[in-house]
Ligand binder design. Structure first.
Ligand SMILES: O=C(O)CCC(=O)C(=O)O
Ligand SMILES: [Fe+2]
Length: 352
């Protein structure tokens, strides 16, 4: 009888400096397949059955606390998100990225220094100080009250910048943005339940939400993950992010043990991750987990993250169920807008 011994690779411990200033330890640059990211069927969020919503909320509570990432599966037969909107947005993203660089630079993000809107050029950042700059480019746009059916003030001017002569671009991107706004507001109710608060606990702060969106394009990467990222390791700044991925794969999540776990594409499911505002407000009960993208699929990858957070005037005070005498608030209180500007300015300075 013969036995096979699996030789485990010696961990090559390294530390990565994140754009937020934090440093994390990574055991290996290679990523692994694992089932750590739960797949949660969120279809009850569209109905009125509070018990069914609470059952979803408990699964989300566990995922948000333990790993900070989950898949929100929305079976096609349920109402809510229709895939035609995502398809149209992906198509517009490719159309934009295929434009000559001079045309894309008409909407260079440098034109709006303190906001995360416009075009971020290819290899414009090096988030973790790698040999080569991050191999991605992106177009970002912000909330616009005119495309929010629930907007309080439709006359509020928008801060986004748009390329000229690209008919249909803005409309198709906002058509998907509007769908995701509806989804994210519902999810906010579920997060409130997950924190054992009333479902409408956050409603006041998401009437005029922070809701930026981007299409990010990753050409195929030849360099190793040690020398280059598609997007370097980072955490997001808002409450949570909803990512629509194509079928290439490449998104990776750093688990508590210090290994990169592949967040592989799952049909009819968004990847949802907790971001820093929620982590602050929940006094670290929800975890904002480090992630990156390395595109080794052999083809170009596109993804559409939607970043959802509170009204900029909302003070990030602790959620009552997350503090106690034994567990006081760890973070200084500031408004969501102050925190956003601090993080967006740092992220765009590219000085890390
Ligand atoms: O492309 C992805 O899947 C994730 C992108 C991302 O993490 C980001 O833009 O913050
Ligand atoms: Fe991210």
């Amino acid at each position: 009888m013969s036995t096979t011994t699996v030789q485990l690779e010696e961990p090559k411990i390294s530390s990565i400096k994140l754009p937020s200033g934090q440093t994390v330890t990574v055991k290996s640059e290679a990523s692994v397949e694992a089932d750590e990211i739960p797949i949660i069927d969120v279809s009850p969020i569209w109905g009125d059955d509070l018990e069914a919503k609470k059952a979803v909320a408990e699964q989300i509570r566990e995922a948000a606390h333990r790993i900070g990432f989950f898949y929100a599966q929305h079976p096609v037969h349920t109402p809510g998100i229709e895939s035609k909107y995502a398809k149209a947005a992906f198509k517009q993203g490719k159309r934009f990225c295929d434009l000559p660089v001079e045309k894309k630079l008409e909407v260079d993000t440098a034109r709006v220094p303190v906001e995360y809107v416009g075009y971020h050029k290819l290899q414009g950042y090096n988030r973790n100080g790698r040999k080569n700059n991050d191999l991605s480019e992106a177009f970002n746009w912000a909330y616009d009250a005119r495309y929010d059916p629930e907007a309080v003030d439709k006359t509020e001017p928008s801060i986004s910048i748009w390329p000229s002569d690209l008919p249909g671009f803005k409309d198709d991107l906002y058509a998907y943005h509007t769908e995701l706004l509806r989804f994210a507001r519902r999810m906010m109710g579920i997060f409130a339940l997950a924190l054992h608060m009333p479902e409408d606990y956050f409603d006041e702060y998401t009437k005029r939400p922070e809701a930026g969106m981007r299409i990010i394009h990753y050409p195929e990467q030849e360099a190793s993950a040690t020398d280059q990222n598609g997007i370097g390791a980072h955490t997001d700044f808002e409450c949570f992010t909803v990512v629509t991925q194509d079928d290439c794969g490449g998104l990776e999540v750093l688990n508590k043990a210090g290994y990169w776990i592949k967040a592989k594409p799952v049909p009819d499911a968004f990847v949802v991750n907790i971001a820093d505002c929620f982590m602050r407000q929940t006094n670290d009960f929800f975890v904002s987990t480090v992630h990156r993208v390395v595109n080794k699929s052999g083809r170009e990858r596109f993804s559409i993250p939607f970043f959802f957070g509170f009204n900029r005037s909302k003070r990030l005070e602790a959620i009552p169920s997350c503090v106690s005498e034994e567990n006081p608030m760890k973070y200084a209180i500031m408004t969501s807008g102050e925190y956003y500007h601090y993080r967006a300015t740092n992220a765009k300075s590219g000085s890390y």
